[in-house]
Design a protein around this ligand. Structure first.
Ligand SMILES: Cc1ncc(COP(=O)(O)O)c(C=O)c1O
Length: 351
């Protein structure tokens, strides 16, 4: 069978051999009783890696964001979200359906809600208005194309929120991609937010799991909500063991994914009929706009798939490519060649 170059997501990464070995050896216990030593070790390590007091192992990024919302908000509270954020647009409406929060979406700048934007939508307390309790940020920002918000901009938005008594949650599913791209420690990226969720199961290659991190008191309450949504996982130490390897061994290599994304963006951006905004290529995600008159994103995804390259359609004219551990430099060159031949017969006059 022809080998596939799977650029749909970094979630397709399989565990490393070291992870599988660590999983087989992991001492375990019942984590709902707080007795799984490997989960406890992962939670301590994760908290330390993002500079928070405590952390909680959750089944997924979606669960981590939902538990954060449940912990920060009461039913009927308003949450300011970026309009293209994962939490708002790709988590099945859990924010409203399960946490009872009212989202207030704002179109950010390359995925970031600036302090000025936030100030402009915050309203004074009034009997007519839902109480704004939380701002959700996302770094790197998936839908904006893996864009990275620098630390000072994060700090400004958090200061604006804090000035009004509003907490900030960071969807840092790919916080280590952000840190590596900025050349700073992840602690700096998370320093000004109240809570942060990050994923072990994306570029870091763990099979399952995300971490929700914050103050000791916040995580104590979050543990209650994790149980409420069915996230108490018993002998989860086997999964946590892979998470420990992810944090200890897999962060530095993300720089390679970023280099590959840049190569991919340059190659694909040079193909007539396709457009890549190079200014938005910051980490391991590349958004490609299909501008050919007679071909849309779905059509292009189908064409390249016939030649072993998989991509995700994100809208009628946009597709997303993500680099990760299973995409080598040679794969990038091959993928670019497949896109070039798929576009060769397309009408490159602009849509
Ligand atoms: C920015 C962001 N947040 C949250 C999630 C949700 O993670 P999960 O798929 O583990 O629920 C994702 C997943 O792709 C994501 O990209």
């Amino acid at each position: 069978m022809e080998r596939t170059i799977d650029l749909r997501s970094d979630t397709v990464t399989r565990p490393t051999e070291e992870m599988s070995e660590a999983m087989a050896r992991a001492p375990v216990g019942d984590d709902v009783y707080g007795e799984d030593p490997t989960v406890n070790a992962l939670e301590a390590l994760a908290a330390q890696r993002v500079g928070k007091e405590a952390s909680l192992f959750v089944a997924s990024g979606t669960m981590g964001n939902l538990v954060a919302l449940l912990t920060h908000c009461q039913r009927g509270d308003e949450v300011v979200v970026e309009a293209e954020s994962h939490t708002y647009s790709l988590e099945s409406g859990g924010m409203s359906a399960l946490a009872g929060a009212i989202p207030h979406p704002i179109h950010g700048v390359r995925g970031h809600i600036t302090a000025v934007q936030l100030e402009s939508v915050l309203r004074p307390p009034n009997v007519h208005f839902a109480a704004t309790r939380l701002v959700c940020l996302e770094n790197t920002h998936n839908r904006a194309g893996g864009t990275v918000t620098p630390v000072p901009a994060l700090r400004e938005t958090c200061a604006a929120a804090r000035g009004r008594g509003i907490a900030v949650h960071l969807d840092g599913a790919r916080i280590f991609n952000a840190a590596v791209a900025l050349g700073v420690d992840a602690r700096e990226v998370a320093a000004s937010v109240d809570s942060v969720m990050f994923c072990l199961s994306k570029g870091l290659s763990a099979p399952v799991g995300s971490m929700l991190c914050g103050s000791r008191a916040f995580i104590e309450r979050a543990r209650f909500y994790r149980k409420m949504v069915g996230g108490g996982m018993r002998q989860a130490g086997e999964l946590a063991a892979a998470g420990i390897v992810a944090l200890e061994k897999m962060v530095d290599r993300l720089a390679e994914d970023h280099r590959h994304a840049r190569m991919l963006a340059e190659g694909i951006g040079a193909i007539p009929g396709l457009f890549v905004d190079m200014e938005a290529v910051h980490s391991n995600i590349v958004m490609v706009e299909v501008r050919a008159a007679d071909l849309d994103a779905a059509g292009l995804v189908q064409r390249v798939e016939r030649h072993g390259v998989r991509a995700n359609r994100v809208s009628a004219r946009k597709l997303r490519l993500v680099t990760h551990r299973h995409v080598a430099g040679g794969d990038v060159e091959e993928a670019v060649a497949v896109f070039r031949s798929a576009m060769a017969t397309a009408d490159a006059s602009r849509h």
